[in-house]
Design a protein. Structure first.
Length: 218
């Protein structure tokens, strides 16, 4: 499966702004939208996921929507007919094989990594995974992973350790993107850089252009 991971939005919040920002980002070029709401109940997350997926599909049908952590919510949303494409798993979530069995062969499954060890373990599952997220790039208030920040230099060894596309995440700004793209990553994931932007569509478009700029100068 070919995924556009250049600009990967991770949502925050649960209200109308979340839905509108996700749709705008997709319209601007975000190819992946991850619905993340750590404090939401399963029912609330399902409702939010369906709303985001519908709005994103209207804005850009080619964009893909995954659910953070909850393979069961992704399964329920898909059963309801929502244009939800899979799940992004953390290290402590449902095992990759179990999520694949639940969601089927066509679903998108991503996995959080951030160290050479976790990337190598993901590589062992490369036939069941579609990409890995790797971070943090720098410390970020939206998620305390407990892992050491990678910086630009930390991504090269991770990229070479796996056949899976690697998405950088963690406090990334537009200015960071070209140098990150030169490491061989598939794209960058952002929360605040898009969700807090005055114009999420323009912010997403800028990220896509910055990734392409970095790739050209590799």
């Amino acid at each position: 499966m070919i995924l556009d991971l250049r600009c990967y939005l991770v949502t925050s919040g649960t209200g109308r702004h979340t839905v509108a920002a996700a749709a705008a980002a997709a319209a601007g070029g975000a190819g992946m939208i991850q619905v993340r709401a750590k404090g939401a109940t399963a029912a609330e997350l399902l409702e939010l996921t369906c709303a985001v997926a519908a709005a994103v599909h209207c804005a850009r049908p080619a964009a893909r929507v995954v659910v953070d952590d909850r393979a069961d919510v992704a399964f329920a949303a898909r059963r309801l007919g929502a244009p939800v494409h899979g799940v992004h798993l953390g290290q402590d979530d449902l095992p990759v094989g179990a999520a694949r069995a639940l969601l089927g062969s066509e679903a998108i499954i991503g996995l959080t990594t951030g160290t050479l060890e976790t990337v190598r373990r993901a590589e062992e599952l490369h036939e069941q995974l579609d990409y890995v997220g790797a971070g943090p790039f720098r410390p970020t208030p939206t998620k305390d992973s407990g892992r050491e920040p990678l910086g630009v230099s930390g991504y090269r060894s991770l990229v070479t350790a796996t056949r899976l596309p690697v998405v950088a995440i963690g406090g990334i700004t537009l200015e960071d993107v070209p140098s990150l793209a030169r490491t061989g990553i598939a794209g960058v994931a952002l929360v605040r850089g898009i969700m807090d932007a005055d114009d999420p569509a323009r912010a997403a478009q800028g990220i896509v252009l910055a990734v392409e700029s970095g790739r050209i100068s590799r």
